[in-house]
Write a protein that binds this ligand. Structure first.
Ligand code: HEM
Length: 196
């Protein structure tokens, strides 16, 4: 996942508003998940492996959502069928999202982008990029619970490509920490002031 396309409308990595979360708070969250230099290296390695499976990964996540009406309803507009609509552009955008997770340093630009993606699950920004009429929010509980399939979805790819079970385990741990870190950041706009 070396290059992140900025051609996808609304997904300009370097051009989003500043996150209200500070870099110090980000470092404290990193310390909370015990994100180490070894994790950083393992995450990059995972990124190189997952690069060629990015679309499959996103398809897998969307398939899970599509199987459950209580999840797919957040993608559906007033006239949409129960089956989640396929959104190729968004698949590319989501692939770019996983790429950013694996390849970019956790700096101010990364922090700002995480904030933007979090907002896109809330009334502040959901439906804005695509100008669609779907429910204005993805409830926080689903964002949190969906961490589990996102974490486990990479296992097979990493295990097949790793030189040893230990190497695969290191990459899986790093991926899990990074996903958890992101979702912890995404929860900020959902929290009442002073409670985040
Ligand atoms: C750990 C869990 C999740 C991850 C990593 C994730 C990832 C992302 C990313 C990267 C985007 C922006 C790119 C795009 O438009 O595709 C996005 C948008 C979106 N996600 Fe999620 N997501 C998660 C959970 C969920 C859940 C549980 C739902 C609903 C059941 C959901 C519904 C949506 C919707 C509807 C959008 C488009 C919002 C808009 O721009 O209108 N997401 N997600």
């Amino acid at each position: 996942m070396a290059e992140v396309s900025t051609e996808i409308k609304g997904y300009d990595y370097a051009n989003v508003d500043r996150s209200p979360v500070t870099l110090d708070e980000l470092r404290e969250l990193e310390a909370t998940v015990e994100f180490t230099d070894e994790d950083r290296r393992a995450l990059r390695q995972a990124g190189r492996i997952l690069e060629s499976h990015a679309e499959e990964l996103v398809d897998g996540w969307r398939a899970i959502i599509g199987r459950h009406e209580h999840l797919s309803r957040w993608f559906s507009g007033p006239t949409a069928s129960r089956t989640m609509r396929t959104r190729p552009r968004s698949n590319r955008a989501s692939s770019a999202g996983s790429s950013i997770l694996c390849t970019r340093p956790f700096d101010q630009t990364w922090l700002d982008y995480q904030h933007e993606i979090g907002l896109r699950h809330t009334p502040a920004k959901k439906n804005v990029v695509d100008e669609r009429r779907t429910p204005p929010v993805v409830p926080l509980r689903y964002l949190l619970a969906f961490v589990v399939p996102v974490m486990s979805s990479v296992q097979t790819y990493l295990r097949n490509a790793a030189a040893s079970p230990r190497e695969a385990e290191r990459m899986e741990i790093a991926w899990s920490k990074a996903v958890m870190l992101s979702v912890a950041l995404w929860s900020e706009p959902y929290a009442k002031e002073g409670l985040w």
